[in-house]
Design a protein around this ligand. Structure first.
Ligand SMILES: Nc1ncnc2c1ncn2[C@@H]1O[C@H](COP(=O)(O)OP(=O)(O)OP(=O)(O)O)[C@@H](O)[C@H]1O
Ligand SMILES: [Mg+2]
Length: 258
């Protein structure tokens, strides 16, 4: 397991994410367990693993152990709750967030955008704001898009059993989804991504959920609820939401093109 070697800074935002250099020579954005935000780390972990399987552009991530001896050297870290594991996402340097880019001329990895939108509907991610994508200069006049911050999937960073069993089935208001939809040329891409989500092995979902560290306080009932919510949403709900999104958001954008 990689080990922390230098603390850099605290990043802006409610998660109190910290930028830390590890002994693989790379910087990671590290989130600690926080009271009041109890489901943040589990949400990040489950989202990361599923997004990776789906081939979505999510920065490489892993569970890390930040020893007390390291955290205690820095006031910003020593005040954080100590659990055995933290969630670390590889820092993608030299990027802008969606707020900082006023005009996006083109997206190099646009073949993944329909997948990102469907993923957000599957996970009930109500936080795909402009700040939760990052854009890196790729080819001239073209950005590579990465998705970050899945602290608020399942509608909240502190969902309860009751919440996750009755997640909303509605169109998500997201200017970022609208922006992404502009670059999806073929409506058929949504169906292809739906098929990938629906055929993802259920055992993989169960394994990912089983690997949520014990001290992140996700009970066994809550773990079962994550699996069953994901199963129900992809089987019974996602297609309807996809069709609604295409009708209400995607098609109106593309009708203007014609
Ligand atoms: N992998 C990454 N690479 C580069 N920058 C990142 C990465 N992850 C996070 N950031 C930066 O750190 C900020 C905070 O991270 P993140 O959005 O995950 O947490 P947050 O505190 O929950 O944010 P918010 O308050 O928007 O919910 C991001 O807005 C982004 O600028
Ligand atoms: Mg954020």
């Amino acid at each position: 397991m990689i080990k922390p070697i230098a603390y850099k800074k605290t990043l802006e935002g409610k998660s109190n994410a910290h930028l830390i250099t590890f002994n693989d020579g790379r910087d990671y954005v590290v989130k600690y367990f926080q009271p009041g935000f109890e489901k943040t780390l589990a949400n990040e972990w489950v989202s990361y693993c599923l997004a990776r399987y789906l081939g979505l552009p999510i920065p490489f991530a892993q569970l890390v152990e930040i020893p007390k001896e390291f955290s205690s050297q820095y006031p910003e870290l020593s005040q954080m709750t100590q659990t055995q594991y933290q969630f670390a996402s590889l820092y993608v340097p030299d990027c802008l967030d969606g707020h900082q880019v006023t005009e996006v001329p083109s997206i190099s990895n646009k073949e993944k955008l329909a997948g990102v939108i469907l993923f957000d509907y599957w996970m009930c991610n109500r936080d795909r704001t402009r700040k939760n994508i990052i854009l890196c200069d790729d080819k001239p006049n073209s950005y590579r898009l990465w998705i970050i911050d899945h602290a608020e999937v399942f509608a909240s960073y502190n969902w309860t059993l009751q919440d996750i069993e009755s997640l909303p089935i509605t169109i998500l208001k997201s200017a970022t989804h609208q922006m992404m939809a502009c670059f999806i040329k073929n409506e058929e891409e949504f169906n292809e991504e739906l098929d990938i989500i629906q055929t993802l092995p259920i055992h993989l979902i169960e394994e990912i959920v089983a690997l949520i560290p014990e001290d992140w306080q996700v009970t066994s009932e809550e773990r079962k609820a994550i699996v069953s919510t994901l199963h129900t949403r992809r089987k019974r709900i996602l297609k309807k939401l996809m069709e609604r999104f295409i009708k209400r958001v995607y098609l109106p954008i593309h009708e203007q093109d014609e």
